[in-house]
Design a protein. Sequence first.
Length: 482
Amino acid sequence: MSHSEIRVRFAPSPTGYPHLGNIRTALFNWLFARHHDGKFILRIEDTDVARKVAGAVENITESLKWLGLDWDEGPYFQSQRLPQYQEIARKLVDQGHAYLCYCSPQRLEEMRREQMRRKQPPKYDRRCRELTGQQRARLEASGVTPVVRFKTPLEEETSFHDLIRGKVTFQNDTLDDFILLKSDSYPTYHLANVVDDHLMVISHVLRADEWLSSTPRHILLYQVLDWQPPQFAHLPMILGPDKAKLSKRHGATNIIDYQRQGYLPEAMINFLSLLGWSLDDKTEFLSREELVKHFTLERVGKTAAIFNKDKLDWMNGVYLRKLTPEQFASQSTLFLQRDLPPSVKHPLDNSYISTITPLIQERAKTLGDVPRLADFFFLGDLEYDQSLLIKGTDTASATKAIETSLERLKPLEAWNTASLEDILRPLATELGLTTSKFFGLLRVAITGRTASPPLFQTMAVLGKERCLKRLNKALHEIKMQN
Ligand code: GLU
């Protein structure tokens, strides 16, 4: 492994399912690795036993696989590497860079409350930092399990160069004597993260902005361990359209939900790539290959990115329309099978589906829209909203319109778009109705709704028998209104 090799990692904590922000971090790391012909490593930071969520690891790997973010090494699990962290913690204590702290959780909690009351930042008061040998022996004998804390320098400051933000400086006295090893002998994030980035020869740490204040602590650890730190790049935050931190409220649930809702991985990748990065001021559509080719940290912004769900929907719609009709039909099938109302008979007929989906492809923003837009193709009897059937006309003219249509359509043998149009278009004038009113009425009768794919194509796909049946039922409903 040469020193100049680019090695980056995605290091999620399995304390929940990954959301957009997490996956944007994964994507930028992946793009950076692929751009530089480097390595992308997956590391599960599972040292917070209490906050571990069942199924989170599987969800993380499933999300990455869905999006095609393949990793070269891992997943490594920190919980399987405990001796390494424990050894480093011991070494730091031996060298005087860290110390054992015996303060009870109750004492720390009281201290925290008191500091809050005085409006001071919560911080350990360093009581155990200068314990004498005798005091330590006494505490040890009392059976308390200590934690290991870092001996943060009391003065001066710690700076580092962030590849996105430039020079960043923190005053050491704000950094606290943070914990390295907890009383359960698990490392904290700070210790495990630094040890692993070193042992895994990580060249660049690309992570979300929220970790910025951890970095000076990590730098101090690298210094006392005499290790070369990686380069750091803190990625801009992602905010909702209301400029608040992105949350479920903005529709930003876990990433697999986007798969369930029928977003395409390629659209997600394109969309996520633009949350904090851009090629120039105008380019919106970039393929995965183009992203790999062009991705650089220089074009990652400093200011927060805004998550715009409408833009995602629009972009996904564009990607859906780029699919071939066959691809769209086969991808839609899964959603139709899953989401059509239970009254629809299964298995669905694939060749029937392939006559329907071309009518939907233009209109769907997600594959999840397909069953909603196409359910009337599959349903037996429709339930009508009666007021829609006579909307813009009256019962008498609606009755006449449908009766005449039935009369003309019954003998029709070549049931196709052109012949249907040939019969029905002139009929509007004959009935003294505008085409929009007449076709509107037929549309409601045939589909049960006021918006649908083009009427004649829809009727052609539905077939004669279904259409006549629906027209009869609609007629019956109209007459019932009298
Ligand atoms: N485990 C941290 C997380 O959940 C990793 C942060 C980092 O990349 O250092 O995001």
